[in-house]
Design a protein around this ligand. Structure first.
Ligand code: SF4
Length: 375
């Protein structure tokens, strides 16, 4: 079962070629876009792309279906919206996921701004490495990939927790980003580049970085419904039609959008209520299902995924994962029911990851549905 593993993360300046054209990834600063930026992005996605926007599990937005000739015009539109970095190196370094519920001047806001201002002080880390600024009352980004995390400690101070370590380094007030930058330099100096990611780097931490403090208990991610800051809307399989998103921003009077890594969008100042093309019911079966773009959108897929997932989800108890191939991009962990595409057919596994040894192979979509009483 072969699939490509890319050694870098795509961006806007370095798009990724997919089965439906280029995927152009926009990394919101502070996890936020103003309402004007969202409306501009939606218009650009319709004009230069397929009118579809992905909400990724690292809280980025992706415009899909961009042609080679449409990409320069899209770049000009993103530039005018203030959504572009000055160069590829800066875009690559700005791999920061931010806890989406922050307030101006709080620790998450303050530390993200400082890290953004000091990107140039970071060493050249392996290109997939990233940071999580998760300094609210308790960590919410534990399931979101990152190599260095600033989190609330159980003692209410802040810690820097290297991925793979259960405990973090206590941070002195005012020196949080200094310490993060110092640890990033240590990572390279201690041979971390060979490991590629912090979680795989087994070298002992330096003496000055005693990781001795556990994080505060994790907090629950946002789910659809009314929120103190506005309204949270879910996106089935992490995708929304650009016209639906634009209409939701306008209809709810939202002032801005916060992107979360949980396939949910927090519309700031929005009037709560259902909006077409977005999920408002926190119990919707699609929220218990993951499905990658599949065929024809991903060149490595031999099967379509999302229509099957949509039809199957109401009939599956627990977590459903439909994957176009064994790579399992939509959900790297185990799920209760895993349907994986292979050579134009599906395999079925239970309590497994995509690519694990299946119970059944060579199933058609109809046979999969029939097995769950959904045909
Ligand atoms: S899991 Fe899906 S998106 Fe990822 S490579 Fe396979 S088919 Fe493509």
């Amino acid at each position: 079962m072969g699939f490509d593993v890319k050694g870098w993360c795509p961006g806007a300046l370095r798009p990724m070629l997919s089965g439906d054209g280029y995927v152009v990834r926009v990394r919101p600063r502070l996890a936020e876009l103003s309402a004007a930026q969202v409306l501009g992005l939606c218009a650009a996605a319709e004009a230069q792309g397929a009118g579809l926007i992905d909400v990724t599990n690292r809280a980025n937005l992706q415009v899909r279906g961009v042609s080679e000739t449409g990409w320069p015009a899209l770049m000009a539109q993103l530039e005018s919206l203030g959504l572009l970095d000055p160069d590829v190196a800066t875009e690559t370094r700005r791999n920061i996921v931010v806890a989406p519920v922050w307030a101006p001047g709080d620790d998450t806001h303050r530390l993200t701004l400082e890290l953004l201002a000091r990107l140039g002080d970071l060493p050249e880390l392996p290109p997939k490495m990233g940071f999580a600024i998760d300094a609210g009352p308790g960590p919410v980004l534990g399931d979101t990939a990152a190599d260095f995390r600033i989190e609330r400690a159980s003692t209410r101070g802040l810690i820097l927790r290297p991925e793979g370590r259960a405990q973090g380094i206590p941070l002195a007030a005012g020196h949080e980003i200094d310490t993060l930058i110092r640890l990033a330099h240590w990572f390279l100096a201690s041979g971390g580049a060979a490991a590629g990611r912090m979680a795989r780097h087994t070298a002992a931490l330096p003496d000055w970085a005693g990781a001795s403090m556990p994080p505060a208990p994790a907090r629950a991610p946002l789910t659809p419904g009314a929120h103190a800051l506005g309204a949270v809307h879910g996106c089935a399989f992490g995708q929304v039609r650009a016209p639906d998103l634009a209409a939701a921003i306008t209809a709810t009077g939202a002032s801005a959008l916060r992107v979360t890594p949980w396939r949910a969008l927090l519309l700031l100042g929005a009037t709560p209520g259902a909006q077409p093309g977005l999920i408002w019911d926190a119990a919707a079966p699609e929220l218990r299902a993951d499905a990658c773009p599949g065929a024809p959108f991903c060149p490595q897929a031999s099967v379509a995924t999302r229509d099957l997932a949509r039809a199957l989800a109401p009939h599956v108890t627990g977590h459903l994962h439909v994957s176009g191939c064994a790579k399992g991009c939509a959900h790297p962990g185990a799920a209760d029911v895993v349907i994986t595409g292979q050579d134009g057919a599906f395999s079925l596994a239970l309590n497994a990851r995509a690519g694990d040894t299946p119970l059944h192979t060579g199933l058609s979509a109809g046979q999969v549905l029939a097995r769950f009483g959904a045909a």
